[in-house]
Design a protein around this ligand. Structure first.
Ligand code: FDM
Length: 209
């Protein structure tokens, strides 16, 4: 049986990293293979350029950085797909939804933003960790990267909500770490309890979404 392809999305400081790690433990506790991945993957040569942009040391146009984020997914998708096909449950911290939400929040056309990722692997489940603007404003630990400010993050949140489709579950990320994880696990268990899964497909944004 193939693995599941699960994506965690959300604004910065929503708790994605903590929750992906806890979810991996949940799979391991059930003797299921489970690996974590993250976008951007800053270790590849494209990822190194993305990292310089995010840290403010390299200027790029909004279109150019968007294409690099997308290319960073395309360069790694074969390896992610083969893991899933070989029975590894994959939990991915950010994916194409971050790509479209962050760039369209700058004012670029959302359909253009989505088009570069059209045909990527479609996740089985997207867990959107939703933080209200009020909660976000209490999290003052924004770092120094280019997108880490409250006004921009509020715009990003609005754009994320335009991207919801049938694979999405909105998780209230304002609760405690344990409460958020419990909600996540409920959705994952529903999938895990299925006897079989439909084949994973490279059809992200190929339908009417
Ligand atoms: N980000 C991330 C984008 O703007 N586009 C993308 O396609 C992706 C995957 O990069 F502010 C933004 C989101 C975030 C920044 O992400 C780095 P991490 O999760 O903090 O590394």
């Amino acid at each position: 049986m193939r693995g599941l392809f699960i994506v965690l999305e959300g604004c910065d400081r929503a708790g994605k990293t903590t929750q992906t790690q806890l979810l991996q433990k949940f799979f391991h506790a059930r003797d299921r293979k489970c690996e974590l991945a993250k976008f951007p993957d800053r270790t590849t040569s494209l990822g190194i350029t993305i990292n310089s942009y995010l840290q403010g040391s390299q200027a790029l146009s909004d279109q150019a950085i968007h294409l690099l984020f997308s290319a960073n997914r395309w360069e790694l998708i074969d390896s992610l797909e083969s893991k899933v096909k070989n029975g590894v449950n994959l939990i991915v911290d950010r994916y194409a939804y971050s790509g479209a939400a962050f760039t369209s929040a700058k004012g670029l056309d959302i359909d253009w933003c989505k088009s570069c990722d059209k045909g990527l692997l479609k996740p089985d489940l997207v867990l959107f960790l939703d933080t209200s603007n009020k909660t976000m404003s209490k999290r003052e630990d924004f770092g120094a990267e280019v997108y880490e400010n409250l006004e921009f993050q509020s715009k990003v949140r609005e754009q994320f909500h335009l991207l919801k489709d049938d694979s999405w579950k909105i998780i209230n990320a304002s609760g405690t770490i344990e409460e958020v994880q419990a909600e996540i696990q409920t959705h994952v268990l529903t999938l895990l309890n299925q006897d079989s899964y439909a084949p994973i497909q490279r059809n992200l944004w190929c339908g009417n979404e």
